[in-house]
Design a binder for this molecule. Structure first.
Ligand code: ATP
Length: 357
């Protein structure tokens, strides 16, 4: 902005010409001099200098917004916002209604903890007719690990919404709204993403699932220079897709420790749970998201799924609306169920302290 040309600022011609004659061509050139210096240099009255500077400042300053204006804008675009309710009462309360539109939500955890089960249920909920609380839309499910199971999804539907799934043709209709892509390589994944903007519009997509990103880059946890990660382009595209389409984007991943030192391990990687409970902050403080810092910052909500001693936990590890909370859950024919709607607040002051590493 400061490099804007004075000749394009519609100053009175007389003073604009003097600036040009003194070789003061940009707003930056003029605004870095004092009023007195300008008076001397341009040989004009103080009042003329002041009005020229005022006009330039107005043009080059980024526009400010009041909190009231921001609130009004938010209210006006509320219909573009919103949430996909997960139907897990405590989690929806923590997330102010469910998985938010327009941002990336990450599910992380080791194999078998329920990430895919959660994604299948969310897909079903997005495809469900609006009068049953769904989004009545299409879903694009990028199934990198080939773990998508339509049979399991219909089982979840029939157990959770028997009135819909037992009526003739509804299971087929719901399943028909979910487009499954199974890229087998990073280049196929790249191709799918390149075409996705059009598919989102054509199929009235209300949810995009990627299960999982990390599976695309073996050794993706290795530390690389910023911008050198093989998924850098994909990460930027996914965040911009979320903003552009205003739909929820859910991505599954794994997290790994940066070192083999046990103090840097994630709770699910530590054998003795009591050690974690004693010093939970220590374990959480060293998390490094498997796709690195670029990804860590691209994610607005991170839910960590873990299983220990036969018990499963879902932790709200990063959220703009909730403190770190832990919910215990089970997986049953209808999908994921919370054992209690009240989450346990976790004392994890350094949970989001990824960048400090
Ligand atoms: N019908 C069902 N009833 C109860 N539990 C089930 C059912 N189907 C699957 N599960 C449970 O779901 C778990 C698998 O979850 P899921 O496939 O979501 O794991 P994941 O975290 O996605 O793993 P990965 O990273 O390997 O893909 C299994 O441990 C199994 O116990």
């Amino acid at each position: 902005m400061a490099n804007k040309l004075i000749s394009e600022m519609r100053l009175p011609k007389s003073i604009a010409n003097i600036f040009a004659a003194r070789n003061i061509t940009t707003a930056k050139d003029a605004l870095s001099l004092t009023e007195l210096e300008l008076m001397k240099l341009l040989d004009v009255e103080l009042s003329e200098v002041r009005s020229a500077l005022a006009l330039m400042s107005e043009i080059v300053c980024p526009p400010y917004q009041t909190a009231l204006l921001l609130m009004e804008q938010r209210a006006a675009t509320e219909h573009l916002g919103g949430h996909l309710p997960t139907r897990l009462k405590g989690l929806d309360a923590a997330l102010c209604g469910g998985v938010p539109f327009g941002v990336v939500t990450e599910l992380v955890g080791p194999p078998g903890t329920g990430k895919t089960q959660f994604c299948l249920k969310l897909s079903l909920l997005a495809a469900l007719p609006a009068h049953y609380g769904g989004l009545d839309g299409g879903v694009i499910y990028i199934d990198v690990e080939s773990t998508f199971s339509s049979r399991r999804m219909i089982e979840m539907g029939a157990s959770s919404f028997p009135e819909i799934f037992h009526s003739k043709g509804m299971a087929q209709e719901m399943a028909g709204r979910i487009l499954v892509l199974q890229p087998t390589s990073l280049s196929e994944f790249t191709e799918s993403l390149e075409k996705i903007k059009v598919s989102l519009l054509q199929n009235q997509v209300k949810l995009l699932v990627i299960d999982s990103m990390e599976a695309l880059v073996p050794g993706g946890h290795e530390q690389r220079a910023p911008g050198q990660h093989p998924l850098s382009w994909h990460i930027s595209l996914i965040t911009s897709l979320a903003e552009f389409s205003r739909i929820p984007i859910v991505v599954t991943n794994q997290v790994r420790p940066q070192s083999h030192d046990e103090s840097c391990l994630y709770p699910f990687q530590v054998q003795k749970m009591d050690r974690i409970l004693k010093d939970r902050t220590r374990y959480y403080s060293h998390i490094v998201a498997v796709l690195g810092f670029h990804w860590a910052h691209a994610v607005t909500i991170r839910l960590v799924l873990e299983a220990k001693s036969g018990q499963r936990f879902m932790n709200v590890e990063k959220s703009p609306t909730s403190p770190p909370l832990a919910f215990s859950f089970t997986i049953n024919p209808s999908g994921i169920s919370l054992l209690t709607d009240d989450g346990t607040e976790m004392v994890v002051p350094e949970t989001c302290n990824l960048s400090s590493r």
